[in-house]
Structure formats: structure tokens, C-alpha cells
Design a protein around this ligand. Structure first.
Ligand code: 5GP
Length: 207
């Protein structure tokens, strides 16, 4: 058993405005960091083309989602442009206790709730190169009506203001650049003195 495997895993939160490319970055990160576990959220929004239940999201009705809140099954949840999104709590806890890292791709209000429960989490904010670039990325996706696009741009402007609650800001100019920056952040966080020393307690105390 390695020293680090005795530690709890890292909880990594990735947020950023709609259209910044969080989904694409997460998909690319899976290839780059195969050991990290991805938290699958529950949502009441309908699946987009190509999305599968249990893979991209757990798709729920509003009643089912409310029951999850009432049964304390969610680590955090938030309403976003008319739908609910939330992180299943048990899966996160089990993954961390097994010593594995977990990545949550969630919006800013949910991230704040996670920070209250896990202050030692690593909070990363993904930024677009510019606001104009963000708008054209949202429009290019073409999966949403004009009204939804306007709603997402308004929320995006609000979300950008929350950057002060994050530890790191990564500009998504190119997917591969953003991914390698995130990988570097995760590696550096694993080398934090307090995390490493916590894993060495058994023999450090005998020195
Ligand atoms: P989308 O509908 O584009 O998949 O996601 C909309 C927003 O909801 C994104 O900002 C995404 O990060 C966020 N989101 C996805 N899952 C969760 C979750 O479990 N909790 C919270 N608070 N936000 C989520």
C-alpha cells in the first residue's frame, strides 16, 4: 500500500459559466486522468440528444428530485434556469473514503454548499477567453431556444461574479491547455504538505 492510498481522496469541484466548455473539458480529463472518479448528478432537465440516464445525469421528475432532497440524498442542490440539479451524497462520501479523487462539475451555488461541507476541497473556476466567445459558444451549441440562451447568458454574468469563492481560475482557450492546467493543479494539491504529512503520521511520529 502506498502512503497516499491511506489518505482520503481529493474532492475537486469544477465550475464555470454555461458554454465555457466544462463538459468537453471533463470528457477530455477522463482520458488524461483515468484514476479520477466523476460524480454523476441528478437533474430534472430533459436529456439532450446523445445523453444517457446514469451516464451524463440521473434524469428525474421534479417529484423524484424533491424526494431526494427530503431524504437527505443530496450533498448539494440548486435550481438553474428552471430545473433542479444536485449531487448524490453517498457516492461522493464512499469514493473519498476509498481514497479516490472525485470530480464534481457543478454550478456556483452548489459549489458554495460543497465548500461548507468540504472546506479542504479544491475549487476550480473555468473561464472563457472573453464574454463574446462565451456567447458564440452557447449559440453554436444550438440545443436551446433564444429565451433559454438569454437566460443562460444572464446566469453566466452572475456566475462570473462568484469567482472569488474559488481557489484556482483556469482559462479555457484550448481544451488540451485547460486540461493540463487542471491536471497540474490536482498533482500540486496532492503534494500539499498537510495532506502528505497526514498520510505519513504512522512513521513520522516514530522518527
Ligand atoms: P447543463 O444543463 O448544461 O448540463 O448544466 C447546467 C448547469 O448545471 C451547469 O453549470 C452545470 O455545471 C450545473 N450542474 C450540473 N450538475 C449539477 C449538480 O449536481 N449540482 C449543481 N449545483 N449544478 C450542477
Amino acid at each position: 500500500m502506498t502512503v497516499n492510498s491511506k489518505n482520503r481522496g481529493l474532492l475537486v469541484v469544477l465550475s464555470g459559466p454555461s458554454g465555457v466548455g466544462k463538459g468537453t473539458v471533463c470528457a477530455a480529463l477522463r482520458g488524461m486522468i483515468p484514476d479520477i472518479v466523476y460524480s454523476v448528478s441528478a437533474t430534472t432537465r430533459p436529456p439532450r440528444e446523445g445523453e444517457a440516464d446514469g451516464v451524463n445525469y440521473f434524469f428525474k421528475t421534479k417529484e423524484q428530485f424533491r424526494a431526494m432532497i427530503e431524504n437527505d440524498e443530496l450533498l448539494e442542490w440548486a435550481e438553474y434556469v428552471g430545473n433542479y440539479y444536485g449531487t448524490p451524497r453517498r457516492f461522493v462520501e464512499d469514493t473519498l473514503n476509498s481514497g479516490k479523487d472525485i470530480l464534481l462539475e457543478i454550478e456556483v451555488r452548489g459549489a458554495l454548499q460543497v465548500k461548507q461541507r468540504y472546506p479542504d476541497g479544491v475549487f476550480i473556476f473555468l473561464l472563457p477567453p472573453s464574454l463574446e466567445e462565451l456567447r458564440s459558444r452557447i449559440e453554436l451549441r444550438g440545443t436551446e431556444s433564444d429565451e433559454l440562451i438569454r437566460g443562460r447568458m444572464t446566469v453566466a454574468a452572475e456566475e462570473l461574479k462568484q469567482i472569488e469563492n474559488y481557489d484556482y481560475a483556469v482559462i479555457n482557450d484550448r481544451i488540451e491547455n485547460a486540461c493540463s492546467r487542471i491536471r497540474s493543479i490536482i498533482e500540486a494539491e496532492h503534494c500539499r504538505r498537510e495532506r502528505v504529512v497526514a498520510g505519513l503520521q504512522n512513521w513520522m511520529t516514530k522518527v
